[in-house]
Design a binder for this molecule. Structure first.
Ligand code: SF4
Ligand code: SF4
Length: 184
């Protein structure tokens, strides 16, 4: 009874709480003041997808549809075109759309691509109030690829898909007319 009375008189619980609070003044801060401060992300980070060009500016994507087939969320739509122009046969994606609202960032599409045309970046700030803005079309994907080129290359290297530009050019698909320019 006396013990309980003393306990109440000296507000022991409040003192215990204050001690706990003040002890945190001496603990290093762990909170990051986002968006003013940002944590560095690893090269393996799975952010926004992008499409890449070769060093000479040519599109890597040959519109083979393998990424579309590999996507578990069915959020990629590729429309391919085969054209013959000046004795040269080319195949490319005339339309390439990714519905980011459905994407689960698994990276399967990047792994499935035989020419490393797709990659992931560290870009993650693209929230919007308009859902339609989250359908990334071909232009937007190539634009992200240009802006985040270094990160995209780092992603491919970190995932053992590419070492450097020389390896990338070895993956490059050669159309028959490229290999035998005089055959037509
Ligand atoms: S990261 Fe996964 S879910 Fe997203 S588009 Fe690629 S395969 Fe589909
Ligand atoms: S991104 Fe790669 S897998 Fe997808 S259509 Fe283009 S070449 Fe094929």
């Amino acid at each position: 009874m006396v013990k309980k009375l003393l306990h109440n008189i000296f507000f022991k619980e409040i003192l215990k709480g204050l001690k706990q609070t003040f002890s945190h003044y001496f603990v290093p801060e762990v909170t990051i003041q986002y968006p003013h401060a940002k944590l560095p992300l690893p090269a393996t980070h799975r952010g926004a997808l992008c499409l890449l060009n070769y060093e000479d500016g040519k599109e890597r994507c040959v519109g083979c549809d393998l990424c579309e087939a590999a996507c578990p969320s069915h959020c990629i739509k590729v429309v391919s075109v085969v054209e013959e122009k000046d004795n040269e046969v080319i195949r490319y994606a005339s339309n390439f759309d990714i519905d980011i609202t459905k994407c689960v960032f698994c990276g399967f599409c990047v792994e499935a691509c035989p020419v490393n045309a797709l990659a992931m970046t560290k870009m993650y700030e693209y929230s919007t109030s308009n859902k339609r803005d989250l359908i990334f079309d071909k232009n937007k994907l190539y634009k992200i690829g240009e802006t985040c080129y270094t990160e995209a290359k780092q992603y491919l290297v970190a995932h053992d898909q590419e070492e450097d530009d020389q390896v990338a050019s070895e993956y490059r698909y050669r159309f028959p007319s490229d290999l035998h320019p005089d055959s037509n």
